[in-house]
Design a protein around this ligand. Sequence first.
Ligand SMILES: [Zn+2]
Length: 101
Amino acid sequence: MRETDVFSEIWTFICQHCSHVWQDEYEARHCDDGHGGDTVSWRYRGLCSMPPWANATCVNCEAAMVKVLPAVPPAVPPAVPPAVPPGSGDRRRPAGTGSAG
Ligand SMILES: [Zn+2]
């Protein structure tokens, strides 16, 4: 078998028992199986593991009622909004006005 691609994927887990939400990073290693097919093996914290959706249990209450949401793509920095020009919406009172005494 030959590794073709390795992806790091962030999976979100939601406990339906205690509502605890957490994320874990899994590594999906795609290998060609030598017959023109593609197999995926999973690694978690550097160790071979089951797929994220298999046998998921809550890290908080250990319940097995865990909803597993698909992996999100790698974090992309949000688009930077255009800079607000200085002076807009910033009205300063001229000095010297006010209570004269
Ligand atoms: Zn839980």
